[in-house]
Unconditional design. Structure first.
Length: 150
């Protein structure tokens, strides 16, 4: 139930490692990730010769008892909660986040990123969380480098 650190598969780490030359080319000076995604963040940082900061505020949405569901089922559950959240955003999913707690956590992340004052930073984050932070309503791809200035 709830959040849990899950080790990354070797093949996924190799895919991430393939991004390192592009990140060097862009002049990355810092790496940040969720404390649950430390393995990926530290692997990128190590290959860039940088340190990695783990931020609790970068944690993805806590699905509570729905954690580990197939994406299609999780999305169906999320739709049910979206209806409830229209009336009250403080209602949490079973043993998980409420819309308000998730939104507040990502707003804190956005403010923290602003304080980096333009330092080229690699942020290891999921597509959904990236949409929330940037406000971009596009389909972000996994293992893809995006440039964003706030």
């Amino acid at each position: 139930m709830a959040w849990k650190h899950t080790p990354a598969a070797r093949v996924k780490l190799k895919e991430l490692k393939a991004l390192v030359p592009r990140l060097k080319e862009l002049g990355a000076e810092k790496v940040v990730c969720s404390d649950l995604d430390g393995q990926s963040g530290w692997m990128i940082a190590r290959n860039l010769g940088l340190k990695c900061d783990e931020w609790h505020s970068l944690r993805r949405f806590n699905w509570g008892k729905f954690h580990g569901l197939a994406k299609q089922k999780a999305d169906a559950e999320l739709e049910k909660f979206k209806e409830k959240w229209e009336k009250n955003p403080d209602i949490p999913v079973h043993s998980g986040d409420s819309l308000k707690s998730f939104t507040n956590r990502l707003a804190a992340t956005k403010e923290r990123l602003k304080k980096l004052n333009g330092t080229p930073t690699v942020v290891v984050i999921g597509p959904y969380e990236l949409q929330q932070i940037t406000g971009a309503k596009i389909e972000f791809e996994r293992n893809h480098v995006y440039e964003w200035s706030n």
